[in-house]
Design a protein around this ligand. Structure first.
Ligand SMILES: CC(C)(COP(=O)(O)OP(=O)(O)OC[C@H]1O[C@@H](n2cnc3c(N)ncnc32)[C@H](O)[C@@H]1OP(=O)(O)O)[C@@H](O)C(=O)NCCC(=O)NCCS
Length: 387
């Protein structure tokens, strides 16, 4: 077996960040991912946000290794085709607001009747049940309700108001949970022949990510942030963001061996942040990082995301690959970030144009003729990208 999920077909109804990142992970592990997108484009493709060649840069980043069929799911003939695809798929993933798939006639009960082995992952903001379940959500919503936004602000200073986290972790973190749950459900299906529904939401998973804070509260019955602020801080703790000649380095210096090495290097019995600052202030980020790392300090240069593309270590780890799109041209994306000794993940193709594989999929998987597909296209049920 070359790719670990090569025998898995995923029918991908996802549209924005949370869902597409989940199915991209599956695709990069070799699953055949078929995106089902409206012929007019989904919200993840259309923005808001900066467009590149008519498509959101985030769409270009979040949909590698997928094929794309353009289908109007509100057209009954198109729906019939999609149901045929469900019968031939292992997994269905969607991240619409709860209720949208059911209104389309593609709820779990319907799909289970079509294919009892189907693993159906419903990704949402607040979950399929509970008082808030019908509410829409974006990453920031889940970050807020799970405590991350509050803690990020307090991380700046005790009086700081909440600060929105960077990087949409409220989408991408839950997406990894979703991909992990799908793979676990496939293992169960392979053992038992039974599919299942997976209800994975941003809020539950972001709460799970904040486990250390909630457990600490439960133990002391007091906010761990308030407790931290009351605790006397060790003035010699070499921890934090330090300015250097061309920016900043992040030092996470709680490591006994590193502190001992630094004492030796400086010829002192006690070390302080000021001593470190004095030694690194005139160095570049890279010089400071390497000096500290060689002493044993966990630390890093502080980059803007694109600077990691030039870093020699990340290049040596094979973290960047070029993909080629007939619309966007050649662009660079992160590789699948986990290394497998036997079945490596791999980025193979750029995010698809709308309907780039409509005919290929319906011909190849459902045996539809060109005449049938012409008629469906004429009726507006499907669309094929024409370049
Ligand atoms: C992100 C979100 C707020 C966007 O809301 P929205 O743009 O109003 O989209 P919804 O999910 O409510 O609905 C999607 C609509 O597109 C329709 N649609 C989707 N694919 C379609 C297709 N191929 N053809 C025709 N219609 C389609 C659906 O039927 C639905 O229409 P309806 O409202 O008439 O039932 C919402 O999808 C959501 O909360 N998702 C779950 C949480 C999440 O993943 N958030 C995104 C993180 S970045």
């Amino acid at each position: 077996m070359d790719k670990i999920l090569e025998d898995v077909r995923v029918l991908d109804f996802t549209h924005v960040w949370f869902g597409p990142y989940c199915t991209m992970m599956l695709g990069e592990l070799g699953a055949e991912v078929i995106m089902v997108e409206p012929p007019w484009g989904n919200i993840g493709r259309l923005g808001p946000g900066e467009l590149y060649k008519g498509t959101a840069t985030t769409f270009w980043a979040l949909n590698q290794n997928k094929r794309n069929v353009a289908v109007d799911l509100k057209n009954p003939e198109a729906m019939a085709l999609v149901k045929e695809l469900v019968k031939k798929s292992d997994v269905v993933v969607q991240n619409f607001a709860p209720g949208a798939m059911e209104r389309l006639g593609l709820g779990y009960d319907v799909l289970k009747a079509l294919n009892p082995k189907i693993v159906y992952a419903a990704l949402s903001g607040f979950g399929q049940t509970g008082p808030y379940s019908r509410y829409g959500s974006y990453a920031v919503v889940a970050e807020a309700i799970s405590g991350h936004t509050y803690a990020t602000g307090k991380g700046i200073s005790p009086d700081h108001p909440p600060v929105t986290m960077a990087g949409a972790l409220g989408d991408l973190g839950p997406a990894i949970y979703a991909a992990f749950a799908i793979v676990a459900a496939l293992r169960h299906r392979d053992r038992t022949g039974v599919g299942q529904m997976i209800d994975v939401c941003q809020v539950d998973t972001m709460v799970a990510f904040n486990c250390c804070s909630s457990v600490a509260y439960d133990m002391f019955k007091e906010s761990p942030i308030a407790r931290r602020l009351k605790r006397p801080q060790d003035p010699n703790r070499i921890w934090g963001v330090f300015p250097v000649k061309d920016g900043w380095v992040q030092i996470a210096g709680e490591r006994g061996k590193a502190i001992e090495n630094l004492k030796q290097e400086l010829g002192v019995d006690e070390v302080s942040k000021e001593m470190v600052q004095e030694r690194i202030g005139g160095k570049t980020r890279m010089e400071a990082f390497q000096w500290l790392a060689n002493l044993g300090f966990p630390c890093a240069p502080i980059y803007e995301a694109h600077e990691a593309m030039w870093d020699p270590h990340l290049k040596a780890r094979g973290m960047w690959v070029d993909v080629e799109s007939p619309v966007a041209g050649r662009y660079t994306v992160p590789n699948f970030p986990v290394k497998f000794s036997e079945t490596p993940g791999e980025v193979e193709s750029a995010s698809p144009a709308i309907g780039m594989h409509t005919r290929e999929v319906f011909r190849g998987l459902l045996g539809k003729s060109d005449a049938e597909l012409d008629a469906l296209e004429k009726a507006g049920a499907i669309a094929q990208w024409k370049g």
